[in-house]
Design a protein around this ligand. Sequence first.
Ligand code: 5GP
Length: 264
Amino acid sequence: MMSQHHLMLLNDTDDNYNKWGQRKTSQLLYKSFVFTIVMILVLILMIIVFGSKPSISPPRISINNCSSDYNFDYYELALRWPASECFEKSCLKYTDMWCIHGMWPTLWNNHWPQDCCFERTFNVKNLEPIVSQLEKCWQNLMPDQTYDSLWRHEWMKHGTCTKMHQFNYFNKALDLYNSFAVGKWLTDHSIVASNDVTYSLKSIHDAIDESFGHKVQLKCIHVNEYSLIDQILICLDKTSFSPIDCIQADSCRSGPVLLPKTKS
Ligand code: 5GP
């Protein structure tokens, strides 16, 4: 027979056990509640941080990835000599003539605006009436690139910053190119393409000064001990497109320079 005392002890133990169980359950409920709240907050945070971004990154140059700084002081009409550019690398077919590289809006501090937002697409269809002329004197030389790749590059990087419409930009550059007989300026002073004869920078500047009447900027590429004349930059007033003197220094070494002949 259990005594009264024993019964009371048993009841007390049951009570304690029930209370302990209730406390455990409410602790568990509380932890689950806190965990759920934390997870909801994390989820909301993830939606805010990642939810608005597309899963694929946008193309490198898009309407949102362009400059609205159109400020420039003058134009540089950059003419290039393919035989220099192709002296060491393989190129598509070219002849010994000065060709167009680009028409660049430029600042006097030798910086320039680029990749502007204006008409930020290139469509070769816009150039249909002048494509055959462009192919003759503004051609792509790179074997792995499309025939219109240089036009596209020049338009996107420089043309867009002129705020000229696409056809007008290319047509203007062609007109200017046709009005400057660079080859003749040089041959009239016996400066002809050769892989043997070199010229002094001064003799080339003198020839151009005498024929053209304005200072140009000469650019060279350097192959071993040779300086090859690679580009002639003609500077132009930004509104009238009349020639003005270039003030930037040449990029050629001071020694003799070569105007290489096309390798046959
Ligand atoms: P810029 O960016 O100064 O107007 O021109 C230099 C760029 O023109 C270089 O990135 C060079 O790769 C590119 N370029 C030069 N010649 C050619 C060419 O014949 N075809 C193409 N597609 N790009 C050229």
